[in-house]
Design a protein around this ligand. Sequence first.
Ligand SMILES: C[S@@+](CC[C@H](N)C(=O)[O-])C[C@H]1O[C@@H](n2cnc3c(N)ncnc32)[C@H](O)[C@@H]1O
Length: 247
Amino acid sequence: MNDFVLNIPENMLPHRLGQKSVWEKSARAVLALLGDVVGTEGLAEKAILHYGCGAKVSKLFLENDIAIKQYTGIDSNGELIAFLQSAVSDARFEYHHANIHNALYNRQGLELSHLHSLPVEGRTFDLICLFSVFSHLAPHDYKPLLRLLRPHATDNARLVYTLFLNERTRGGYAMMDKWAPVIEEYGDIPADAVVPDFVDFFPDQPLRAAVYSRAYALELVRGSGWQVEEVRDPMRYLQHVFICRPA
Ligand SMILES: C[S@@+](CC[C@H](N)C(=O)[O-])C[C@H]1O[C@@H](n2cnc3c(N)ncnc32)[C@H](O)[C@@H]1O
């Protein structure tokens, strides 16, 4: 612990994350997952590209002196990136704005499928991660985003991302568990139900919750330059987790 405090302006924190207990638990869940994926060497040896970075992971790392070799955050929120660039002076941390379209977050941005590079051109990372980004991503953006990230992976890199899969879990932390009380008309999903490839769960709030079937989410990885190594069940504060490596 040090004296540094990253005071994230209210309007840059997702509503639910405004409370310390929530953002911190959720950031710690991210940290535990990343530590588990990189193994014993630990994050101190790894350069991380965090796409759709938000601010909470930076806050946790910086305020708690968590050892990390290098952290690069990219986000489509220009105001957030400008804030992080001015508030963080630790040379291991850097931030880049990418004006990319998202129906929920950035309606004026450029279409992902029209992009050929990210603002970290020519650089590679040991770990590329996205938390709650695919959870708000339209199907037509899924493969283009995976392709855009691929040139930035070292040969042994891992890609880690979370998303909502359209299934229930024993633990009760998947999308369908979480919203079960408000979707009673959906009923319980029979074991033999044909799960739709994609559901924009709140049609009046496009991409607030992009929910994929497991089969479609896996299919979209094919031909993207990545291969899926593992899909983990959701836990409290984390959705389903896809762990991939370069194909
Ligand atoms: C739900 S927040 C998650 C933030 C952070 N990953 C976390 O777990 O706290 C989604 C973030 O992704 C960013 N974002 C959404 N779509 C994006 C896109 N197409 N390209 C880059 N960033 C995007 C948003 O601006 C927002 O900061």
